[in-house]
Design a protein around this ligand. Sequence first.
Ligand code: MN
Length: 243
Amino acid sequence: MIMSSSRRDFLKKSVFTGAGLSILPLVGGADAFALTETISNGKPVFKLPELPYPNNALEPYIDARTMEIHHGKHHAAYVSNLNKAVEAMDAFPADLKTVFESIEKFPASVRNNGGGHWNHTFFWEIMRPAKENNVPTGKLAEAINKNFGSLDEFKKKFKEAAMGQFGSGWAWLIAEPNGQLSICGTPNQDNPLMSVSAKKGTPILGLDVWEHAYYLKYQNKRTDYVDGFWSIVNWDKVATLLG
Ligand code: MN
């Protein structure tokens, strides 16, 4: 693979220098979810995480068969293709977050599959089995009210982002560097951690609006899928991501 010298220098500086087996968090700091990975020949080897609940745990809002295919086939393929992309490179940073910060320096396969792996790992974690009156509380509820006026207004704007994403992509609630919460959409498997994202920040909630996420149950009715999402948001997890 031909690389410019500046890119080679960047990758050399970024590469994990330890040898053997290490367990590293996918993202550092206050992020409450972490993905374990191993290091081989100085480069990370990514692994499909277990779902934090059984395939049928999100019924009736997301059906078991959709979860089985989404996690077991789609997410698994992102991991497998990311590992192939990493193998083909001379060096690769240990932390995907570092990769996202200069994603334009990497091949499209890293952007698509690295994004796919990170986004889905995040997505599984911010959902949980449905419960009655599933609403944010405490500091998170205050932050939503402060930034959007009310929970209903927030949901309305988030739904607009989810419905407005033409084709495949994601809707996000992010904490911007100045601490403000905002909503955005990204195409394909991009996310707001990526240097190429129009709006940048730390995701604290995200919704996959690819058809593979809902088509078996909802067919063309993305709107019903988005409405159902509110019953299965893991607001406790979202609150920990807010920090
Ligand atoms: Mn997906």
